[in-house]
Design a protein around this ligand. Sequence first.
Ligand code: CP3
Length: 342
Amino acid sequence: MSSKPVFLSACAQEPVSHTPIWIMRQAGRYLPEYRAVRKDVDFLTLTKSPDLAAEVTLQPIRRFGMDAAILFSDIMTPLGGMGIDVQFKPAPYIDEPIQSAKQVEELRALTPLEDVPYTIESVRLVRADLAADKALIGFAGAPFTLFCYAVTGKPDQNFPTARAFMYEEPATAKALLLKLGDAMGAYLSAQAEAGADALMIFESWGGLLSPDLYREYALPAVDRVLEAIRPRKVPLIFFANQGAAYLPVLRDLPVDVIAVDWRQPLSVAAELVGANKTMQGNLDPAALFGSPEELRLRAQAVLDDARGLPGHVFNLGHGIWPQTDPDAVARLVDFVHEQTAR
Ligand code: CP3
């Protein structure tokens, strides 16, 4: 038996011994062992301490036996290396958001080994400690999602400042997006070089754009990211959050996996992006608050919906909530493994 991680086989649409599962934000505050580490260090320090970052990355794998680990960091972390000062309170906060052409010009290109050496070292440490049959996922924010935070300075439900900026200063907005794309290309490339087995791009806020705006502004910057990592030949996952409107724009995107939120059945999303891609998702994170029976029914519904797809990676439709009972996660991981064993 080969020890190729089942997760990687599913990404490649090869036969699998079971449907692989991992959970967005699987390392985090719902875990007592995470809170124990976080008690003594703030979030930013944690992401910049390779030993501790590697430890919390591995915690959920030890406890639940998911099929993949995801590097513990944040999509905002590499922006620091470009000269954007990001604090975490605990949500990301930027004192001086990007609002002028001059600020965009002054942004530095990212040289990962110099600017974010701790992230690259964390990848090395996790890969060295992780079992051969588990995959390590490296990640970055998609350029448009990072643009929303960089221009607004903090989380928002609608990011009006960032969206208005695209109409007020089109050329500056596009220049910023391309710079973010180049930086994330270098960032992901360095993670693959250091041992990440797969790479994920989080487009958490793509649903704010019409398909036309997505095509004109966001997509050229995504292309920059993909061009930079193509030579690495690792599978790519693209999380198209709230994708109903812009999934069709992603049809020709050369990625292996599309991750979708819980609002749309995987089978419907698969038709929009083309049936040649593995789908990842998409149980509602709220379902973990149901009774064990309710949770099983809802997880089974996701499995049933995915049955006809060429590849499926089970996940939640978005990050796990901090209030979640870890025992519900254990039940979910075991259920998916048992139900899909072949
Ligand atoms: O386990 C994992 O999935 C890996 C770690 C990870 C974090 N953030 C840790 C984190 C990953 C992959 C992310 C991605 C991320 N960060 C996204 C994309 C995914 C998504 O949720 O759409 C986004 C938009 C962010 C930005 C961000 N970081 C926000 C909005 C917040 C505050 C909200 C919150 O959960 O508190 C963060 C902080 C953050 N990132 C925490 C963690 C564990 C909480 C900080 C803490 O522990 O105090």
